[in-house]
Design a protein around this ligand. Structure first.
Ligand SMILES: Nc1ncnc2c1ncn2[C@@H]1O[C@H](COP(=O)(O)OP(=O)(O)OP(=O)(O)O)[C@@H](O)[C@H]1O
Length: 257
């Protein structure tokens, strides 16, 4: 296993600032063992990027974290609660603290931008007045620079704008952790850069922790505090972008060339 000076991939060192601890996670589909004894931690306010070849299990990892897939074994402790042990109601409550930016955006085509943003508030039974809802929608849209689109339909917006609306919908619940699944995939470099800037702005404003899955090395370079390279279902290497970019290990090097 390739190592860098300060940490060894796969071994976690919990501190009081940890918001997520994954320990010994295994997930198979038939004979295909996708995640193998995977352990990692996410610190408060940290942007952690998970990098890996197509099919290395990045999406499976995210789905396990939000409870869409059940791991075969291992624990996923999020904000002090092991999600693998929670019942449906408790999991739903915890999910309200975890924002998820889907690669597909997952906006509702038949709803206006405002209705899309109001949806998570209703979905999680958040008790607020209509005036408060209006303020929350306005703030989330201002965060992504799209307050003027409130009464538009998603189909009237460009791909980059839809991504920003999806991000605003994630922000409305002020999540403590945000999971970004390929946030710049399919966007041109300029629009991709706008999303990268937003990810950094959101971290600055809300101090949320982020787990970011990305192949876009510009996104990885600009957003990451720490990078984990997944290989063969396990964290293979871990370090800052700069450290890993200087690696001579072929499995690591291929991403940075
Ligand atoms: N629901 C499922 N049923 C069976 N196999 C699955 C399922 N979901 C994922 N897999 C398998 O798990 C492996 C990892 O898939 P995953 O989507 O996590 O890869 P990835 O690293 O996110 O790839 P990409 O970068 O292309 O999105 C693949 O071999 C995939 O076929």
């Amino acid at each position: 296993m390739w190592q860098q000076q300060t940490s060894i991939a796969g071994k976690t060192q919990p501190t009081k600032n940890v918001v997520m601890t994954i320990h010994g996670l295994n997930k198979s589909f038939g004979n295909n063992q996708v995640l193998k004894d995977l352990s990692l931690t996410l610190d408060k306010g940290e942007n952690l990027v998970v990098l890996g070849k197509s099919g290395s299990g990045k999406s499976v990892l995210i789905k396990c974290i939000i409870g869409l897939l059940e791991p075969d074994s291992g624990s996923i402790e999020v904000l002090g609660e092991d999600i693998t042990m929670l019942d449906h109601e408790a999991l739903d409550k915890l999910r309200a603290k975890i924002g998820f930016l889907f690669q597909s955006n997952a906006l509702y085509d038949s709803m206006t931008v405002r209705e899309n943003l109001e949806f998570p508030l209703r979905r999680h039974w958040i008790q607020v007045t209509q005036e408060e809802v209006n303020g929350m929608v306005q703030e989330a849209l201002e965060d992504v620079g799209l307050a003027h689109t409130m009464d538009m339909m998603p189909a009237e917006l460009s791909g980059g704008m839809q991504k920003r609306i999806a991000l605003a919908r994630t922000l409305i619940l002020k999540p403590e952790i945000i999971l970004y699944d390929e946030p710049t995939a399919g966007l041109d470099p300029i629009t991709g850069r706008e999303i990268i800037d937003l990810i950094m702005h959101i971290r600055e404003k809300y101090g949320a922790s982020a787990l970011i899955i990305s192949h876009d090395m510009n996104c990885v370079r600009l957003t990451s505090d720490r990078v984990i390279v997944l290989f063969d279902g396990r964290p293979y290497a871990e370090g800052t972008f700069q450290t890993l970019a200087g690696a001579t290990d072929p499995q690591v090097k291929q991403f940075f060339q």
